[in-house]
Design a protein around this ligand. Structure first.
Ligand code: ATP
Ligand code: MG
Length: 460
């Protein structure tokens, strides 16, 4: 106990810190099959090694290979400088972000190559809260390992020797499914508060437990996220929401007290029954798509997360006498303006969100040429998927979703038949509010919304 305390005070950190010599695991111990490794990543490590440099696959790819998951991307770490790396490859670009890295391209495939970072951050420029602003010193491999975030993310795989180098007990933590930050947790979160979001994402995605010393400072330190540039928080939120485990991530965020300020009003949204159902449906759909390897649109995701805020304002503008379509645009402006300060939603994504929202009242106008015009909308599919969510969450009559499913699949005469089938419900001119007839017959689902739509319920 006392020894541990002294080590912490001296900044030596947890047992994982400060190892100069790694533990080496041979193939029989780590079990990674070369077949599962990206041939392009191997080409990069081989080329660097042939030129006399050290080169390893690092980070998430090694972690995922050890866990038997298919890595999302492959990163390489080397002792070659960015310039030296660039010279060895035909299509290589030095990218000057927070750390300078090299993008080596093979067709569409991108391998990120980073030079080993130095360990010392004492002299690095920091903001008033201790967040490291710039830190681009090169260093030894063991220093690079110490600079990484979690023990399971700090292993190096050499495909030529088929060895895994482990400086911080990552293999042990892989086996016990534990996320453990390297070094003194409080110091590491202060240096870069985004690490708190990363813990949550990895815990949810990998199904790992968070070691107590790694977990416990988060509640107190959570407000430090507010000092991180909004664009970086947005990037991390996007990773979190597109991890294939978005629901689990959001639950973890709440559990760790990290949701405040990330998605403003997320709390409020989740507390409204309709809002919660809507967000839950949207996220479980997204999770399913990600897991099936289908593309997911960030615009759709954020449009879903913020929809109930838009709805609220939309209703307020309509109640104040604004016509529905301009009212919706005003509501969208309000919500997007309110978000950009904290979350810096990229313009391209905001445009998608606006398109998806703006299409919604048009789905309710099922008369004349309106539905045909909507069929030509380039974002019809996203707007339609969004409509189905609204139906499935109980916000809209599910019949509208069913109608559109049929209308989109139908041919010319069938479409005409569908248009004439629902004269009463389709009377949705802006000046006339929708008429609800007494006995809403024709087998419609009731407002509690048991639905036959292809949206899977997650709350049941
Ligand atoms: P995935 O790509 O599956 O989301 P990853 O672990 O590969 O997970 P990346 O963001 O691609 O995550 O980062 C690659 C590696 O860089 C990490 O595994 C970690 O070693 C290191 N790293 C990334 N972000 C940080 C950070 N904020 N602090 C310290 N190390 C980091
Ligand atoms: Mg990665």
């Amino acid at each position: 106990m006392i020894r541990q305390l002294i080590r912490r005070i001296l900044g030596a950190g947890s047992e994982s810190a400060g190892k100069v010599k790694p533990k080496v695991y041979e193939k029989s111990a780590h079990g990674i099959a070369l077949n599962d490794v990206s041939p392009n990543a191997m080409r990069v490590t081989q080329t660097l090694q042939d030129a006399g440099f050290k080169a390893f696959i690092v980070g998430g790819a090694v972690r995922d290979l050890l866990l038997g998951f298919r890595p999302k991307d492959f990163d390489v770490a080397t002792n070659a400088t960015p310039e030296e790396v660039k010279r060895l490859f035909r299509r290589a670009f030095i990218i000057g972000r927070r750390f300078q890295i090299v993008h080596v391209m093979f067709g569409q495939d991108l391998i990120e190559v980073t030079t080993f970072r130095g360990a010392s951050t004492d002299e690095a420029p920091k903001d008033a809260h201790g967040r490291v602003l710039r830190d681009n010193t090169f260093g030894e491999q063991h220093e690079d390992a110490e600079r990484r975030d979690f023990t399971v993310n700090a292993m190096y795989y050499d495909p030529a020797r088929e060895q895994v180098l482990d400086y911080h007990g990552g293999m042990k933590d892989i086996r016990s499914k534990t996320l453990r930050i390297i070094g003194v947790p409080e110091a590491r979160y202060r240096e870069d508060p985004v690490r708190m979001l990363r813990v949550v994402r990895f815990a949810a995605k990998l199904g790992f437990a968070i070691a107590a010393p790694t977990r416990s400072p988060i509640k107190v330190m959570a407000p430090l996220i507010n000092n991180v540039p909004a664009a970086r928080v947005f990037d991390e939120m996007l990773k979190l929401l597109m991890s294939g485990h978005a629901m689990a991530c959001l639950h973890q965020l709440r559990k760790q007290g990290l949701h405040h300020g990330l998605l403003p009003l997320l709390d409020v949204v989740l507390e409204q029954p309709l809002g919660e159902r809507f967000v839950a449906l949207a996220l479980s759909n997204t999770d399913e798509r990600v897991r099936e390897g289908k593309p997911v649109s960030p615009g759709f995701l954020f449009a879903s997360l913020l929809w109930h805020q838009v709805l609220e304002r939309w209703n307020a503008y309509k109640a104040a006498g604004e016509a529905p379509i301009p009212a919706l645009h005003l509501a969208a402006d309000d919500v997007l303006d309110g978000q950009t300060e904290q979350l810096a939603i990229q313009r391209r994504i905001a445009t998608d969100m606006r398109d998806i929202w703006a299409m919604q009242p048009r789905f309710e106008r099922r008369i004349g040429k309106s539905p045909y015009k909507l069929l030509e909308h380039p974002r019809l599919r996203a707007g339609y998927d969004f409509l189905l969510l609204r139906c499935a969450s109980g916000e809209l009559d599910p019949e509208i979703g069913v109608w559109w499913t049929e209308f989109m699949a139908a041919d010319g005469p069938e479409r005409e038949a569908l248009l004439s089938r629902k004269p009463a419900e389709t009377d949705q001119t802006p000046n006339k509010r929708r008429r609800r007839r007494g006995g809403r017959g024709r087998g419609k689902a009731d407002s509690e919304g048991s639905t036959e739509l292809p949206v899977k319920g997650v709350l049941e």
